[in-house]
Structure formats: structure tokens, C-alpha cells
Design a protein around this ligand. Sequence first.
Ligand code: TXA
Ligand code: MG
Length: 344
Amino acid sequence: MTHVLRVDPVHPDIQLIAKAADCLRAGGLVAFPTETVYGLGAHALDPDAVARVFQAKGRPANDPLIVHVATLDAARPLVADLPRTAQDLAARFWPGPLTLVLRRSPLVPDEVTAGLDTVAIRIPSHPVARALLDACGLPLAAPSANLFSRPSPTQAAHVLADLAGRIDIVVDGGPTDVGVESTVVDLTTRPPMVLRPGVVDLDALRSVIPDVGTRQAAASDADPLRAPGMMARHYSPVTPVLLFDGERDTTLARLTGAARDRIARGESVIVLAFDEDRPEFRPLHVHLVELGPEGDPPAVAARLYAALREADQAHASVILVRGISTRHPLSAAIQDRLRRAATS
Ligand code: TXA
Ligand code: MG
């Protein structure tokens, strides 16, 4: 039985938060909102609690978890050292949607790091996450609160769809803001590497660590121990997703052509459509799921995983989607998630 505790996202009820904190201290599993997506939290220093996270998600044990802490001081005992670069990034972006991979201390159980000598750490900014971290006084290991390889949850209902009956509590603080997961930066390599793009984009990172580089998902498939969660297929609906990339007009023509052909063959087709593209699909009478305006990437990011889940529920034979073609700090993160959703 999973209990749902509904709280105000800005001023969460401290009694409900205390209840969730008690559960975490006792080794239970609590899903909670962060500014990015919902996390599935467990006492990070309790190997049994951490093992339950892997069990509930069906996550392979070689995919390490992010440890969430309330303050930089709470991070110190978890790491071997806090390099200057980490302190500078923390000063600029924490609390917020940035995760830093650092050399771990012996305090962090192998279950959290999948046996790596590094640990991923972040200080979230969502008031509910912060209240929970304050109330329990623990570092919380928290992956996204979805079944392994499914789209991350941006609403409590998504958490329940995947994990009802498998976890103790969902703290429902409404929909999350950002909608895609935190940027993950590995500070243990030279140069530092972005392992997962997010709302803290490359330009923002370069303003603090000018030599930061990027790692493509495909490259890390060959090196699963460095970036275990970078496996190309991730964030996927069950229905196959076909991604059409390129300049808007020609890509849109290819996509509508493909939709028309498939419909003619009797296939059931779903199109994930930017608002601007909707008129193009009207003559096709195809089932559209809205992605929001392409000209407003933050709105698209916030909507992306809900749209993928919605499209999946139609049990169509295929989901067609056009890649985002606008340049914006979030575009790379959106495009990364679309590519992974489309990798089968
Ligand atoms: O926004 C987020 O980061 C959300 C919220 C809940 O904080 N969490 C999240 O966790 O997305 P998860 O487990 O779904 O993704 C964590 C990513 C994975 O790609 C994982 O492989 C990577 O971080 N990671 C964790 N520890 C690592 C480490 N020591 N070295 C390299 N990558 C690591
Ligand atoms: Mg995840």
C-alpha cells in the first residue's frame, strides 16, 4: 500500500513532511518532487533501504544513484575531497538542477555507487525536497521515481502508475517545474565531462569551468562503468518512437508523409506535435498529443514526459515526433531525451 501525502509545493505541511521523514529514517521508500522530476528517496547510508530502491524500480544494480543533500556541508562527509571546481559550480548552481560526480568517501555504500569510486551529488531547490532533507537530516539516494527505462515522472500520478504498491509514500507536490532530469557533470576527469545534458547547459557550465566537454550517449555505451545510466535506450515509452530530425519545413513534410503512409497501411499512429505544427496534421485526422510550443522550450521540457506517457497510453503501433530545432539552453536536453526515447 502506497500512501499519498498531498502538500503545498511552496509551503509544505511540516507534519506531513515529518511523517515522510520518519519513514525514510526507518529505511522506507518515499517519492518526492524535485524541481526536475520526482525522485524515489531512500536513506543513502542504509544499504538495505538502497537495495529496496533498485528492487522497486527494477533497476540494474550497476546503475548508480544520485545522493541528494540539504547543504554543501552535508555533502562533505560523502566525498574524498571537494575540488575548487565543485565549490565554484556549487556556489553558482546549487541549490538547483545540477549533479556533480566526485570522488567518494568510504561512508557511501557500494549499493549507491554501484561499486564505483565516485559518487553523484546534488542539492535540489524544490521546497518540498528541501523540507524533506531538512526534516530527515539524512542524505537521500534518489533516482527518478519511475520503473527502469520508462519516462521519468513529472507528476505524482506518474509515480503511482509505475510504483503504486511498491513504495511506502508519495509526497504529491504537484507537477515539477523543469521536467527533464538534472545536468550530470563528472568532475573526476580532465577535462570535466557532461554525462547528461539538462537545464544547466554547456554555456552556463563553461562560464565556471571553461574546459568542460560533452560525452555522447553512444560513446558511453562502450564504457558502461563510467556513465552507467547513459545507456542509449532510456526514458522510453513501450510504443516505438520514430524521431524526425532536421530543419523544420522539410522535416515536417517527411513526418506528415510517413504518418499518411502508415495510416494508409492501417497502422494506428500517434503524433507528438509542437503547437506550431498542428495545422499541418489537420487534414490527416491523426491522433495528436501536444508537446507545447516549439518556441518555448521550457514549456516543452515541462510537458515532454507527460506527453510521452500519454502517447503510450493510446497503445498505437507507433509514435512519430519531430526533433526540436530551436536553439535554447534546454534544446540539447530535450533533443537528448527524444533520441533516447526513439532508440529501441
Ligand atoms: O534530476 C535528477 O537528477 C533526478 C532527481 C530525482 O534528482 N534524478 C535522476 O536520477 O534523474 P537517475 O538515477 O534517474 O539518474 C542518475 C544519473 C544516471 O544516469 C546515473 O548513471 C548517473 O546519474 N550517475 C549516478 N552516479 C554516478 C556516478 N558515480 N558516475 C557517473 N554517473 C553517475
Ligand atoms: Mg532515471
